[in-house]
Design a protein around this ligand. Structure first.
Ligand code: NCD
Ligand code: ZN
Length: 348
């Protein structure tokens, strides 16, 4: 019988979808991502959102100031698109190397998206500028039409919004973020090399039953919402397939426990603290340890046209326990899989 490897060393990975927040929350969470990842695509859904070059530069400075001394971590900034986004600002932000991507939130699709885009068709001049500048478009792929069932919003988005967008802007590189459905996986597989997708830990580990396991579970609530088991299996198969169109994006989205354990709880799962461990468990279970490095450290950088990171991280097969909580002055933050045992642990 073949013995299982006890350690795994991979090139330093990147997180292609991350919410770092601001202020005390930023200071509480930034170190976790910086410890595991070389770079991250930082989401711009602050309040107010990051819509200008100046705001992105100032936010980048606050992130760097919040990092523990000695960490090497590069925040890659994104511009939040609104109905009023100026194509010239996008072009200049790309040319000056401030923006790595721009983020499309359909208005009111998720946390802090009230300034999002109400009509994608009206943004044509912005997409033209992005296509010219080679700026990546990150998409929260859900329709907000209240007539569409919440579990169908991603699949409907593919037909109503994404397919026409790709047809109109064939040179635009698009990341369909946090894919959750078999339909989205099939769409990305069939699309050309300009279309890719990120995958979160929660959509690999949980199906929608987790929202109701023994009672209402606010810490399993994120957007896009968890889906049926068959969708989880499709997302898992995509992640471990080796297809370069799929790569790591935690969508780690911290909210205070008090904001989640509420009559109207916030969407978002804080997964940054043990992100690599939770992803690696999936690759291990699927017998795909040899494909982990591609997913975590190579596919995303290649899609963005960025160099691969130098250096490595090592994981060992002797788990620990996920923290029960990260304590902040305002109260605790509850991590993904809080208190659960991990099969792997990152060392160093
Ligand atoms: C994110 C957040 O809290 O900012 N929440 C989430 O459930 N994923 C927003 C987002 O990425 O949709
Ligand atoms: Zn997100």
């Amino acid at each position: 019988m073949q013995t299982e490897p006890r350690t795994l060393t991979i090139r330093r990975p990147d997180d292609w979808h991350l919410h770092l927040r601001d202020g005390a929350m930023l200071r509480a969470v930034a170190g976790y991502s910086a410890r595991q990842f070389g770079r991250a695509i930082v989401m711009p859904n602050l309040s107010p959102p990051v819509t200008t070059i100046a705001a992105a530069q100032a936010y980048r400075d606050r992130i760097v100031a919040a990092l523990p001394a000695g960490t090497r971590f590069t925040p890659l900034m994104t511009c939040y698109l609104t109905d009023d986004t100026d194509p010239a600002e996008i072009a200049r932000g790309a040319a000056e190397g401030v923006f790595t991507a721009a983020k499309l939130y359909p208005a009111n699709a998720t946390t802090n998206s009230s300034h999002g885009v109400t009509d994608v068709a009206r943004l044509a001049p912005v997409f033209t500028a992005m296509e010219r500048a080679g700026l990546v478009l990150c998409v929260h792929g859900e329709v907000t039409d209240p007539a569409v069932d919440v579990f169908d919003r991603e699949a409907v988005f593919l037909d109503r919004v994404l397919a026409p967008l790709i047809a109109d802007f064939p040179g635009l590189r698009i990341v369909l973020e946090h894919v959750t459905t078999a339909e989205a996986v099939a769409f990305v597989r069939a699309a050309g090399p300009h279309i890719a997708a990120t995958i979160t830990p929660q959509h690999l580990h949980l199906n929608r039953n987790a929202l109701f396991a023994g009672g209402l579970r606010p810490h399993a609530y994120c957007l896009p919402v968890l889906k049926r088991e068959r969708h989880r299996l499709a997302v898992r198969a995509a992640a471990v397939s080796g297809d370069p169109s799929f790569f790591l994006g935690t969508d780690s989205a911290p909210h205070l426990a008090s904001a989640k354990e509420s009559a109207c709880g916030c969407a978002g799962i804080f997964s940054a603290a043990f992100a690599l461990e939770t992803y690696l468990a999936v690759f291990d279970e699927e017998g795909a340890l040899d494909r982990f490095e591609g997913f975590a450290s190579e596919h995303g950088a290649r899609f963005y046209g960025l160099p691969l990171n130098d250096g490595t991280v090592m994981l060992v097969r002797d788990g620990g326990e996920v923290l029960a909580a990260v304590e902040m002055d305002e109260g605790p933050l509850v991590p993904f899989q809080a208190g659960e045992r991990l099969a792997w642990r990152m060392v160093g």
